[in-house]
Design a protein around this ligand. Structure first.
Ligand code: ADP
Ligand code: MG
Ligand code: MG
Length: 486
C-alpha cells in the first residue's frame, strides 16, 4: 500500500506553483477562516489551514465509520433521555467541576419546569483514529488494513463544526493532484457534502416546529473565526428553502432582546424562534458572566427546538463516553447484540477516576506508563487534554483528591502515520510526517419515545503533524484534509 504523496515526485518549483493556485482556489471556494486579528467576525478572511494533498484512508474503514453512524446517533439520543444514567454517570463530576455543574443546574431547571418541546435535534460528529495494532511497525511505516483498528476518539453533540469547509476539500484535492500529474478514479475522491445533511436536519426541525413565520437562530460568538464554515450550513438551508430566515445572535443578544411569552415561545426582536442552533456555548470562555447562563436557560426553557438541548450537550461529556464502555452499559440502550459488538469494538479502553478502588487502580496504571494514556477533562474545542509527564504531575498533585473525578483516563491511540504537506500560517511548508482523525457527521431528531429523523451525512478528515499531542483546527494543531480512498 502506498500513499499518494510518496508517489508524487515534484520539483520545489512545481510545488510552489501548485500551492499558489490552491491558496487562491481555497479563498475563492469558501475554504476560508477569519484572520482573528481584530477579534471581529469575518472582517478579513484567509485560506483555512489545509493539506495540499489528500491522505489515504482504506475504503473498508471509511465505509465502516459511515455505516455505524445511525446506531451512534440513536444511542446518544437515548442516553440523553435517560435521567438515571446521566445522573449516575455525572454525579461525581458535577461536584468538582463548576462548569459542568452549571450545565447540570440548567438541566435540572428544565426538568422541573416540565417538557415544553419534546423534540431534540442533534447535529453530531463522531471522531475516530486508526490505531496501529503492531508496535513494531508503529508509528513510522505504512500499515496494512488488517493491522489497524478503528477507535473512537470522542462523540461531539454540541457545535460540531468544520463540515461546511470539509465539503469543498475533494474539489481542492482533485485540483492539486491533477496539477501534480496524478490521475485518479472518481471513487477515490468521492463527493462529501456534510453541510447539505446538516442543513436538511435544520430544515426538518424548523418544519416540525410548525410555524412558517418563525426563525432559526444560530447562536454565535462575536470573536468567531469559523464564520464561513457556519455560513456553508446556512447557504444549504437556503438551497432547500430560501424563505427560512436565519439570524445570527449571541447569548447577550438573547439576554438583552429575547423573552419567553405566556406559551413559552422564545421571541427575539419580535420574531418567534423555531430552532436554536448552538455554534457557541460549548466552552467556559463562552460564558463570561451570569448573563450568558441566563440566556442559555431562557433558550432551554422555551418551546423552540434546541440543537443541542442541554441534556444532549451533557451526553457528549467524555465522562459519559467512559461510562458507556462499562460492561452492560451499551445493552441498556441497544437491544441488538450485533450492533452492541460493532459499537463496542470501536471503544478504546477508558477508566473512571472516581475516588474509590477502581479510580486508584487507574491512577496506578497511568503512573506506570503515562505515555500510553490521555487524561481528559470535561471540555470541548481541543487543547484541554494532558499527556506524558503532565499526567504524572497531575496525579502527584491530585492523587487522593476528589478533583480527579472531573477527568477520565483513556488509552492513547497511536495512529497510522503518513506523509503530506500541511498548509498553515506560521508553519514551514515541507513534506511532514502526519496523522489523521476521521469524523462522521450524523443528524438525529427524536423525542423520549419516537425517532423522527436519523441519518449519516458525510465526514471530516483532519490531519496534524505526527508529534503533536492535541488535535483541533482552531486550537492550532490540525488542518482540513480529505480521504484518498484506496
Ligand atoms: P475535544 O472535545 O477538545 O476535541 P478530544 O477528545 O477530541 O477533545 O481530544 C482532542 C484531541 O486530542 C483529538 O483531536 C486528538 O488529536 C487527541 N486525542 C484525544 N484522545 C486521544 C486518544 N485516546 N489517543 C490519541 N490522541 C487523542
Ligand atoms: Mg469535542
Ligand atoms: Mg475532538
Amino acid at each position: 500500500m502506498a500513499t499518494s504523496i510518496q508517489e508524487v515526485d515534484l520539483s520545489d518549483k512545481r510545488l510552489q506553483e501548485i500551492l499558489s493556485v490552491t491558496n487562491d482556489w481555497a479563498l475563492c471556494n469558501g475554504i476560508s477562516i477569519g484572520s482573528g486579528a481584530d477579534g471581529v467576525e469575518s472582517e478579513k478572511v484567509l485560506p483555512a489551514p489545509y493539506s495540499l494533498f489528500p491522505s489515504v484512508v482504506p475504503a473498508p474503514i471509511l465505509e465502516h465509520v459511515k455505516s455505524t453512524m445511525t446506531h451512534f446517533n440513536r444511542l446518544m439520543h437515548k442516553v440523553s433521555m435517560d435521567h438515571e444514567f446521566l445522573e449516575q454517570s455525572l454525579k461525581n463530576v458535577i461536584q468538582v467541576d463548576p462548569f459542568m455543574q452549571s450545565f447540570w443546574e440548567v438541566y435540572c431547571k428544565v426538568r422541573e419546569s416540565g417538557i415544553k418541546q419534546p423534540l431534540h435535534l442533534g447535529l453530531f460528529r463522531n471522531d475516530f483514529m486508526m490505531n496501529c495494532l503492531d508496535d513494531s511497525v508503529c508509528p513510522n511505516q505504512i500499515v496494512s488494513t488488517d493491522r489497524q483498528e478503528l477507535k473512537q476518539i470522542e462523540f461531539n453533540t454540541v457545535s460540531a463544526s468544520c463540515g461546511g469547509i470539509a465539503g469543498q476539500m475533494a474539489d481542492l484535492h482533485r485540483l492539486s493532484l491533477g496539477m501534480a500529474g496524478k490521475d485518479l478514479k472518481p471513487e477515490q475522491l468521492p463527493d462529501n457534502k456534510p453541510a447539505v445533511g446538516l442543513a436538511d436536519g435544520l430544515v426538518k426541525a424548523w418544519e416540525l416546529y410548525g410555524n412558517p413565520r418563525a426563525v432559526i437562530i444560530f447562536v454565535v460568538s462575536t470573536s468567531e473565526r469559523n464564520v464561513i464554515d457556519q455560513r456553508w450550513v446556512e447557504f444549504k438551508v437556503y438551497d432547500r428553502n430560501p424563505n427560512i430566515r436565519i439570524l445570527r445572535k449571541t447569548f447577550l443578544d438573547i439576554y438583552n432582546h429575547g423573552y419567553l411569552d405566556d406559551h413559552s415561545r422564545l421571541i427575539i426582536d419580535g420574531d418567534e424562534v423555531a430552532l436554536i442552533y448552538l455554534r457557541d456555548g460549548y466552552t467556559a470562555e463562552n460564558y463570561t458572566s451570569q448573563k450568558e447562563w441566563d440566556a442559555r436557560l431562557k433558550c432551554e426553557l422555551s418551546r423552540a427546538i434546541k440543537c443541542p438541548s442541554v441534556q444532549l450537550q451533557l451526553t457528549g461529556a467524555k465522562k459519559i463516553q467512559q461510562e458507556l464502555t462499562r460492561p452492560g452499559a451499551l445493552e441498556r440502550f441497544v437491544s441488538d447484540p450485533q450492533v452492541v459488538n460493532t459499537l463496542r469494538d470501536t471503544f478504546a479502553d477508558q477508566y473512571s477516576l472516581d475516588l474509590n478502588q477502581e479510580g486508584d487502580a487507574a491512577v496506578k496504571l497511568a503512573l506506570l506508563s503515562p505515555e500510553k494514556f490521555v487524561l481528559k477533562p470535561q471540555r470541548e474545542g481541543g487543547g484541554n487534554n494532558l499527556y506524558n509527564e503532565d499526567i504524572t504531575t497531575f496525579f502527584k498533585e491530585h492523587n487522593g483528591s476528589k478533583e480527579r473525578s472531573a477527568y477520565i483516563l483513556m488509552q492513547r491511540i497511536f495512529p497510522w502515520q503518513q506523509k503530506n504537506y500541511l498548509v498553515k500560517p506560521g508553519v514551514p511548508f515541507a513534506l511532514s510526517d502526519v496523522v489523521s482523525e476521521l469524523g462522521v457527521y450524523g443528524v438525529y431528531i427524536g423525542s423520549a419515545d419516537s425517532e423522527v429523523v436519523n441519518f449519516e451525512c458525510g465526514y471530516l478528515m483532519r490531519t496534524k503533524n505526527q508529534g503533536s499531542d492535541e488535535g483541533g483546527i482552531f486550537a492550532g494543531f490540525a488542518v482540513w484534509d480529505n480521504p484518498l480512498v484506496i
